[in-house]
Design a protein. Structure first.
Lengths: 309, 194
């Protein structure tokens, strides 16, 4: 029996689908004879008493989730997300450096400093990468601080805004795609596949409109066996460029080619969304956390039946 | 660990996502052995992680806890969030609410509270690649370099009533602010590659 701690922040519980996923995870853990507790910020000191920690809170190296991850590692616990994954994925410059180094197919990407943010350089980049350019602040998440620049003037305006957040920003070629995929990868193996569908007349899955409202696209799940092996291979290659933890790899499909847009640590797992066609997610996560690799391939249903017997 | 055949990033300011931080990241990406690495920077600058690592290495640190609201003086309070790096020393009752509200951004983010032992005071020293002008701090400076691999740091310490020291925090020490003696020490240890 293992003691698993799920480190959460209160806002993690704001969507019932995410809470539902955590409840399912708890059920699976209990059915396998493990204990699963929710740990809040004030419970941080309890981390060394657990066997594994699963972080379900916004990760950032300067947030308390990083401390939870560090405390787990310093005490020899298995942890999702590990500190290296947080350090790499929370900084898009670092993430793209890792993807480039591993030869993962990504859109043409350049890193820019303040000296690059002028009209001349904007024209050069639009000439070489095409319009629109996609500009990203390194520590953006949930599609925040990602914008398209159609002109050199827009490039300078957006770039300067993002440079207030970091000393480097990312500029990328815009990739128009037929499909956008999210592949969940755990320990170098595909975990689930889904498509995040774009809200109408938007180009990002998660949008913020002027009155502050958030607009999400729908999620459509796919069975791992029903999608292209090239999609899965590309996602695994990208995840392996970061580490051996849990990642959500975003890919765009152009014809029969796949381009990795980014690798996310701490990917969303929500009930009836990411697990629509992958009910084994929770079983795999528990086995990864408790370190039992031998049962990695047993589908959830079989495990539940086994436990009921 | 040998100090030879490695690169040392002497920016002094290693703030997350800023030039000094990216200098280390670029060297790491190019496969060079560099100190501090991005992880070394973060593990030194996030106060509870710094304290935990120091403690595991057997170095003296104060008791601490993480909260986003209630704490009891006397404490040193450090913010933990991506938007500010601030600290406050609260010695007496009556100021907790104001300090907590300010450093947590309205109780949203965490703070780290280090308990100040009775009669203790707060001091600091400059650690330059494991060396310090003041001999009193030399052993701790050596440890800071050995464990955390931070070549330049302003080290906050708690000085106990009996004169013993506790590590409390590592802070920025810019290369441009080094004294002539500190610069000479650096020159004796490195070969420049710009």
């Amino acid at each position: 029996m293992a003691n698993i701690g799920v480190y959460i922040e209160r806002y993690t519980l704001s969507r019932s689908e995410e809470m539902g996923a955590l409840m399912k995870l708890g059920q699976v853990a209990h059915m396998q004879g493990h204990r699963l507790d929710f740990l809040f910020r004030a419970d941080m000191y309890k981390i060394p008493h657990y066997d594994a920690i699963f972080i379900r809170a916004l990760t950032d190296p300067l947030n308390s989730s990083y401390i939870a991850s560090c405390l787990a590692e310093l005490n020899g616990l298995r942890v999702i997300d590990d500190t290296n994954s947080i350090i790499i994925c929370c900084d898009k410059v670092n993430m793209y450096r890792h993807l480039k180094k591993a030869g993962v197919p990504i859109p043409e990407t350049v890193f820019l400093t303040e000296a690059d943010l002028n009209i001349k350089r904007g024209i050069e980049l639009i000439d070489s990468l095409g319009a629109p350019l996609v500009l990203k602040a390194p520590n953006s998440s949930f599609s925040l601080y990602v914008e398209r620049a159609y002109t050199a003037e827009e490039f300078v305006r957006i770039g300067k805004k993002y440079l207030r957040r970091a000393d480097l920003i990312v500029a990328q070629r815009f990739v128009r795609s037929e499909f956008d995929w999210r592949v969940g990868v755990l320990a170098g193996e595909p975990l689930y596949v889904c498509q995040y569908l774009f809200p109408k007349k938007r180009w990002k899955i998660h949008n913020y409109v002027e009155d502050g409202k958030e607009i999400y696209g729908n999620v459509k799940g796919f069975e791992l066996s029903k999608v292209s092996s090239k999609l899965l291979d590309t996602a695994v290659q990208a995840a392996n460029a970061i580490g051996k933890g849990l990642y959500g790899v975003d890919l765009k499909q152009v014809g029969d080619q796949y381009v990795v847009i980014e690798v996310n640590d701490n990917p969303t797992i929500a009930e009836d969304e990411e697990d629509q066609k992958a009910p084994h997610i929770y079983d795999r996560l528990i086995h990864y956390l408790v370190g039992d690799k031998s049962r990695d391939d047993i589908p959830l249903k079989e495990v539940i039946l086994h436990n009921i017997k | 660990m040998s100090d030879e055949n490695c690169f040392v990033n002497l920016a002094g300011n290693y703030d997350y996502l800023e030039t000094g931080y990216y200098a280390s990241q670029e060297m790491e990406a190019n496969g060079k052995i560099i100190h501090p690495t991005c992880k070394e920077i973060l593990d030194s600058s996030v106060v509870p992680v710094f304290l935990e690592r120091a403690q595991q290495e057997g170095l003296p640190v104060p008791e601490y806890y993480i909260t986003n609201e209630y704490f009891e003086p006397p404490v040193i309070v450090d913010s933990i969030n991506p938007f500010m790096t601030r600290q406050s020393v609260v010695l007496k009752n009556g100021h907790q609410e104001r300090v907590a509200k300010s450093l947590t951004r309205n109780y949203t983010y965490a703070i780290c509270c280090q308990i100040l032992p009775q009669g203790a005071r707060i001091g600091e020293f400059r650690s330059v690649m494991g060396w310090c002008v003041k001999p009193r701090y030399l052993p701790l400076s050596r440890e800071v370099w050995r464990i955390f691999r931070m070549p330049l740091a302003l080290v906050r310490v708690i000085i106990l009533e009996d004169g013993n020291l506790m590590l409390s925090r590592l802070q920025e020490l810019s290369y441009s602010k080094l004294s002539p003696a500190e610069s000479r020490y650096i020159e004796s240890k490195v070969q420049w590659q710009i």
